[in-house]
Design a protein around this ligand. Structure first.
Ligand SMILES: [Zn+2]
Ligand SMILES: [Zn+2]
Length: 330
């Protein structure tokens, strides 16, 4: 780099540093009620934790303006700051998402929430921001769901072909997740691998798999819907992803924005009603174990969008070592 280049880069760094902070941008947005949509939430994700009380105060003060309602995502990120204003914001329902269960019943959540974080070069993630704001300002501030600051606690693999075939339609099974390096696999807390038949009538049903051998084995079942004779889609590319413990602020995530919703453990991001399949062996509701987002696109390849327009949910009965898979979409 020569002197002129170095000077021009330093000038650019100073220009970006002088731009308003995420909090300042949102306070201005609230004062003038000027912005709604995904972009406002993308900026919200980038507000520092210790600035949330100040933001929440402004949101409450400006309700029911459109900008304030769109910042209702704060209900999920900091419910204690928005108590008493649940009915005034757009739509998040954090309190109904925290599913209730009776004492003595087993919890619907199998383990704490972890984000699946792909290499940045593998994911086609281009956040939407305001057209009147310089995009580089926001690119410089990471979204903690895609670029966490905490160290990885394990690694998984997604994609690729699996062994065996579907018990309902005969299609070859595809790999959803390989959790072999995940802490807890040895104890059966999480399944070693998750597989699926991605034929549409199977994706719209519940699929169950026994984990009593080297590979998950499709348990007998019959589809309610007819087979449409669709071509087999390409498998999701084989990729490695790191697992990071999900920060407290993103324990509950809403579907349909631009956050990373690829998770192992924690609470699902329901698109329809909260729902758990019954374990075919013990007849109890199966705890949720992982979800993958059809909206995640990989560089040069499709993700799970050929399988579902919504989210893919996996469940795990640790007592019977049986997994289940289902999807929800709009
Ligand atoms: Zn099938
Ligand atoms: Zn069971």
């Amino acid at each position: 780099m020569d002197d002129a280049e170095r000077e021009s880069r330093a000038a650019e760094d100073r220009r970006i540093a002088a731009l308003a902070s995420p909090l300042e941008v949102l306070l201005e947005t609230l004062r003038n009620d000027i912005r709604t949509g995904d972009a406002i939430v993308n900026v919200l994700d980038r507000v520092a934790d210790d600035e949330l009380p100040q933001l929440a105060e402004a949101v409450v003060q400006h309700l029911p303006s459109e900008s304030a309602k769109h910042l209702g995502g704060l209900l999920l990120q900091a419910p204690q700051l928005m108590a008493g204003h649940v009915d005034e914001v757009d739509e998040p329902m954090p309190f109904t998402w925290l599913e209730q269960f009776d004492e003595g019943e087993r919890p619907p959540v199998a383990l704490p929430a972890h984000h699946l974080v792909f290499e940045q070069r593998d994911v086609d993630y281009e956040p939407r921001f305001f057209p009147d704001e310089p995009v580089e300002r926001w690119r410089a501030v990471p979204n903690p769901t895609w670029q966490p600051s905490t160290p990885a606690v394990g690694h998984v693999r997604v994609g690729g072909a699996a062994q065996g075939e579907c018990s309902a339609c005969g299609w070859p099974l595809q790999r959803v997740l390989d959790l072999a390096d995940f802490p807890g696999v040895e104890e059966g807390v999480v399944p070693r691998a998750l597989v699926a038949c991605v034929n549409a009538p199977c994706m719209w049903s519940v699929q169950w798999f026994a984990h009593d051998g080297d590979q998950p084995r499709a348990l007998p079942r019959v589809n309610d819907l007819p087979d449409y004779g669709m071509p087999t889609p390409d498998p999701v590319p084989e990729l490695r992803a790191a697992l990071h413990l999900t920060p407290a602020r993103w324990q509950l995530q809403d579907w349909g924005g631009q956050q990373n919703l690829n998770r192992v453990g924690g609470h699902p991001s329901w698109i329809q009603d909260a729902w758990h399949p019954e374990c075919p062996q013990c007849q109890r509701a199966m705890p949720f174990v992982a979800q993958l987002d059809g909206a995640t696109e990989f560089v040069g390849a499709k993700g799970w969008s050929a399988w579902t327009e919504g989210l893919l949910y996996a469940y795990w009965c640790a007592d019977c070592q049986i997994s289940a898979l289902t999807t929800q979409q709009t």
